[in-house]
Structures are given as C-alpha cells and as structure tokens.
Ligand binder design. Structure first.
Ligand SMILES: Cc1cc2nc3c(=O)[nH]c(=O)nc-3n(C[C@H](O)[C@H](O)[C@H](O)COP(=O)(O)OP(=O)(O)OC[C@H]3O[C@@H](n4cnc5c(N)ncnc54)[C@H](O)[C@@H]3O)c2cc1C
Length: 417
C-alpha cells in the first residue's frame, strides 16, 4: 500500500500552485500532480500580450458572480488574500508589478513565464514535489482515513493516499492547456453537486449572419446593453458574431436573454444627435452618417443591418444609433472561451472550501462555481481560493498533530439558500 502523504494537490494551474505554496508556508511539503507534461499552461496562455494578474479596483468583490455563492463569500476571500497580497507575493518572487489607471495590474515586464518559473523553483526548493503526466482518474476513501487518488501515468496506474487533498483541475475552456472539465463526472460520482460548465468571457454568434463586411473591425467607445445592464468598452466583429471586453462582461446576462443593443454614440444624447440633423432638408442615410459621425465599423454594421430600410426619418436613425440591436444565436463553444462558469456548487463547500460531505478534500480555482470578467479578476479568484483551500488543507493535514481547523476563523456568513 502507498505510504500516505500529508498534502496532495491535483492541478498545477495558478490555484493549485498557490495551494501548494500555502502548504509550504505551513511547514508541509506538498505533492502536486498534473495531467500535462508541464504545469501552468493556461497561465502562460493568459500571459500572451501581457499578464493581467489582478485588479486594484476598490469594488473588486462586485466583479464575481456565480450561483449559490453566499453574499459575503468574495468579501471574505479577498479580505484574506486580495490584490495587494497577490502583488506582494509576486514581489517575493522577484516580479515587480504596475497598476494601470483602469486598475489592471501587470508584471512590470508583462510576462508570465518568469513568474511561473520562479514559483515552481521556490516550491521545489522548499521541498515540494511536482509530478507531471499524472492524470487523476479516480478518488476513493482509504480504509483507515485519507483519500486514495488513482492516477494514469505513461508508466501505468499509480495510487497515492493523502490526508488532505486540494483539487484545482480548472474549468473547461482551452482544453489543450489541460483543463478539460472531465473531472465533473468523477466528482458527481462521489455525490458532489456540480453546476454544468458554460462558456464565460466568450464571443457570441449573430442570429443572422449578415455582417460579414464588418468582420475584423473594432467598435470603439461604445456602450453595449443586455436588458438593464450596460457596459462601456469595445467590441470586435468576428466572422460569425461579436466578441471583446464589453461582450464578455455581458455574457452572464446574454445566456438568459441573447440580444445585445449597441449605443454607437454613448457620449451624445438622443437630442444632441437630433440637433446635428436639424438642418437636413430631407432625410438621407449618407448625410445622417456624416452628421452624426457614424463611421468605420459602426457605419458598416448599420449599412448591413436588416432594419436599415426602416430608418426613414432622423428620429428613427438616431434611435438606431443609440440602440442598434443584434439578436444572437448562441455563445461560441466552451473550448474557445477564456474561462468557464459553473463548477462545484458553493453549497457543498464549507468556509475553508472543503467539501462538506467529503472531509479532507478542498477545492480551488475555476473548478468552483464562480465567474468573473477579464481584467485580472480570474487569476485573482484563483489566487484567493487557492490561498483559502491551501490554508484549510494544511490545517486539516495537521489535525493528527492536534492543531485542527479553527472553525469560522476566516469564514463568511453562511447563506444556506
Ligand atoms: C486565452 C486566455 C487568456 C486569459 N487571460 C487572462 C488574464 O489576462 N487575466 C486573468 O486573470 N485570467 C486570464 N485567463 C484565465 C486564467 O488563465 C484562468 O482563470 C486560470 O488559469 C484558472 O486557473 P486554475 O488553476 O483554476 O486552472 P488551470 O489554470 O486551468 O489549471 C488546471 C490544471 O489542472 C490540470 N488538470 C486538469 N484535469 C486534471 C486531472 N484529471 N488530473 C491532473 N491534472 C489535471 C491541468 O492540466 C491544468 O494544469 C485567461 C485564459 C485564457 C484561456
């Protein structure tokens, strides 16, 4: 029988690596297992073009949503390990960071690879062990306590037994980085509640594919709306639909109501735009575009729009400029999304992110049922949940030494709804 290890982490993304780090801080040498030949693949992808790893916005906790999360969950998690803690930890790794005026924080040299390299080096230097090409295929209770972890490896099956386990196998987007969401069945088989994974921070396809001429063009300084929710920002028109920051932020709302309306001139009121058209003797579409300065992508979209023929007056034209409707057919597939929504339900987790029904198993990162827009919130969420789960698992592993988990020590108010 395998000799039990104190602390096992499954998944070497930022959440799992952070949890392993917390074990080291508690004086426990963690073992981390990952299915891929190397760890942190999605983290490296996230770093392409600049790693936006957190956000110093004062309202950061409002960025997080997800079904069933208690009202105080994110306040509590971010209170324990927030943006400044993440920056401080990066500094400890020798990575200085800069905060942009919009709150987004990047490494001064923008890159993810040095951060990951030093993170792994420090884990190993502290006694942590990393086992790559280890795919978790099953979990079971071990007679006598602890959890039995069944791994598939190139050399065949390998079984480990661990007192405390942190699962951090990621969401379901970009499966080529290793996080393929296949853990869902495994956990459901153990009775764990899992909300289905959906694409988040993703593009959407048009219901009517008539905007081909605008493909590749950006819509800048617009406001996009879904129902009552309005987001200012940018949209990129793709071959099949829309993507970009404003669409990503609307995605949780578009799932239930797939219609986006775009205000092409948010800096001007309706009456401002009507004033610009006052001197037109007769309504003429070309002149209306010029007077309202609707150009480039906005103009191409309006010219291709199925409602174009209905704009026969200045009022009708201005209404369209202020709320150009785009019915959407569906989101792009999960594989293409930046992140996923859904995952292990909060109701099954205690305040240490331990599964209530499977004591000793903790959860971290995108595996949990939360979502957040781009802007550094995703990696921050992984860091914060990795910290909480890692700390809780370390306390659990030490239970035999009489230390126990301090109930409610870092807890949040329980919303049992
Ligand atoms: C294109 C792109 C750009 C992004 N940009 C940003 C950004 O700028 N800012 C930001 O905050 N976030 C960004 N993100 C999101 C961010 O990278 C993720 O939220 C984060 O990596 C999730 O971390 P995680 O640790 O939960 O999971 P992951 O990073 O997905 O890691 C999970 C790990 O678990 C392993 N694993 C899975 N199944 C098993 C198994 N059965 N057995 C063993 N191991 C397994 C995987 O191989 C993987 O290494 C971006 C993502 C993408 C795809």
């Amino acid at each position: 029988m395998a000799e039990p290890v104190d602390f096992a982490v499954v998944g070497g993304g930022p959440a799992g690596l952070r949890a392993a780090w917390m074990a080291l801080q508690a004086g426990i040498a963690p073992r981390l297992y990952d299915a891929m030949p190397s760890v942190g693949r999605k983290f490296l992808v996230a770093g392409k073009g600049g790693l936006n790893f957190t956000n110093v916005s004062e309202k950061i906790s409002e960025a997080y949503s997800g079904t069933q999360a208690g009202s105080d969950v994110w306040g509590s998690l971010l209170g324990e390990s927030g943006a400044e803690d993440f920056r401080e930890w990066a500094r400890e790794l020798g990575v200085e960071s800069i905060a942009k005026p919009n709150g987004r924080v990047y490494p001064a040299k923008m890159k993810a690879a040095p951060m990951l390299r030093r993170w792994v080096q420090k884990l190993k230097a502290g006694g942590g062990q990393i086992f790559v090409n280890h795919r978790l295929a099953g979990i079971g209770r071990e007679v006598g306590g602890g959890w039995r972890l069944d791994f598939e490896t190139p050399e065949g099956r390998r079984v480990e037994v661990a007192r405390a386990v942190v699962l951090a196998m990621g969401g379901g987007s970009w499966p080529q980085t290793g996080s393929d969401g296949k853990w869902q069945e495994m956990l459901q088989g153990l009775g764990v509640g899992v909300a289905p994974l959906h694409p988040a921070n993703c593009g959407w396809d048009f219901a009517e594919p008539v905007f081909g001429k605008a493909a590749g063009m950006p819509l800048k300084n617009i406001a996009a709306r879904c129902g009552d929710i309005e987001v200012k920002g940018e949209i990129l028109v793709t071959d099949t639909g829309l993507e970009g920051g404003a669409i990503y932020r609307l995605t949780p709302f578009l799932r239930g109501h797939p219609l986006v309306t775009v205000d092409l001139k948010p800096a001007f009121s309706r009456s401002d735009l009507l004033d610009k058209m006052q001197e037109c003797k007769r309504f003429h579409l070309e002149e209306a575009f010029e007077r309202c300065r609707v150009r480039d992508c906005g103009k191409v979209l309006m010219e291709s729009h199925p409602l174009r023929e209905t704009w026969k007056t200045a009022e009708e034209f201005v209404s369209a400029v202020k709320a150009l409707p785009f019915p959407l057919a569906r989101s792009r597939p999960l594989d293409e999304a930046i992140s996923s929504a859904g995952g292990v339900c909060w109701s099954g987790l205690d305040e240490n992110l331990m599964l209530r029904e499977l004591p000793g198993i903790f959860l971290a990162g995108e595996m949990i049922d939360w979502e957040a827009p781009t802007g550094g919130y995703l990696l921050q969420g992984c860091f914060s949940t990795g910290t909480r789960a890692g700390r809780g698992a370390a306390a659990w592993a030490r239970r035999g030494m009489g230390e126990g988990i301090a109930e409610g020590r870092m807890g949040w108010k329980k919303d049992e709804s």
